[in-house]
Design a protein around this ligand. Sequence first.
Ligand SMILES: NC(=O)c1ccc[n+]([C@@H]2O[C@H](COP(=O)([O-])OP(=O)(O)OC[C@H]3O[C@@H](n4cnc5c(N)ncnc54)[C@H](OP(=O)(O)O)[C@@H]3O)[C@@H](O)[C@H]2O)c1
Length: 261
Amino acid sequence: MKQKNYILVLGAGGNIGGKVAQELLNRGAQVGVMGRSRSRLAQFEGKAEILEGDFNDDAFLHQALQKASSVYLTVPDDAFADVSTTAQRLAHLLQNTAVTHIVNISNSIVKKSGKPTKLVALEEELNKNLPQHLLHLRCGNFFENLNWGLHTPYLPNLKLPYISSYEVACIAAQHLQQQGFTGKQVEAILGERDYSMAELAAAAGVTYQQLPYTPENSHFYKPFNDGDFEVEPRPENYKPGTDKRFSLEYFLKHDLQVSFV
Ligand SMILES: NC(=O)c1ccc[n+]([C@@H]2O[C@H](COP(=O)([O-])OP(=O)(O)OC[C@H]3O[C@@H](n4cnc5c(N)ncnc54)[C@H](OP(=O)(O)O)[C@@H]3O)[C@@H](O)[C@H]2O)c1
């Protein structure tokens, strides 16, 4: 059943998954792209195997995992209620498949309000339950978050790591194809440097306005503003990629979808 170099990309209709799949195709890999809607996978018609279905459907996911030797894993939000159950379910569905290597998307914000963030909690459960080689990519905030709105409750001068989704995708694709990692590993992908919202707004040509908390968002923003969070440290020898698509300037010019002026 195993087809060497067949790589399954979960969430391929999304921001990172779509770029991972495209990068793998550019490198000549055989790719399966998975998502709930064929129309959101249309860019891969005729280039990759399209697997239309839901992550939460056991039979579908088990079938989708059969041929792959590497898997790009992004666990959807609706599977986070109990990360332990999700990890056990994945371990069960991966049994008797050819999958040896998994690259899992994670978060550079490792703790908030004294607790591991959900993606880091998931890492631990995956490490406990899965026999495969696992690499967790602890990513900084994606530049794409700016498309949700540039004015937020973040303090104007609070700095956080920001990263291009192209850079994350290139790194993920390389690992998926090369299968050079063993055991359970973590890699920080933090971008060139940290940015404050005031800096990001200035780069987009506007003055940042800090918004008040709402009842819905205060649990997300307040721990940041109170300093009650932990970020994966930038390794001393950290070298950000140099491709021009990896820069903030490229994002602002090509992928910013909203006007802030
Ligand atoms: N934003 C950040 O700053 C940041 C930083 C670090 C890590 N992350 C993490 O990175 C991950 C990926 O982010 P992204 O920007 O690529 O997200 P995204 O654009 O929302 O993509 C997620 C994909 O998952 C698919 N999906 C959702 N529910 C599904 C289900 N039940 N079954 C099958 N597919 C499902 C969606 O496709 P369909 O709707 O077509 O099925 C979508 O294409 C997330 O886990 C996020 O938490 C984000």
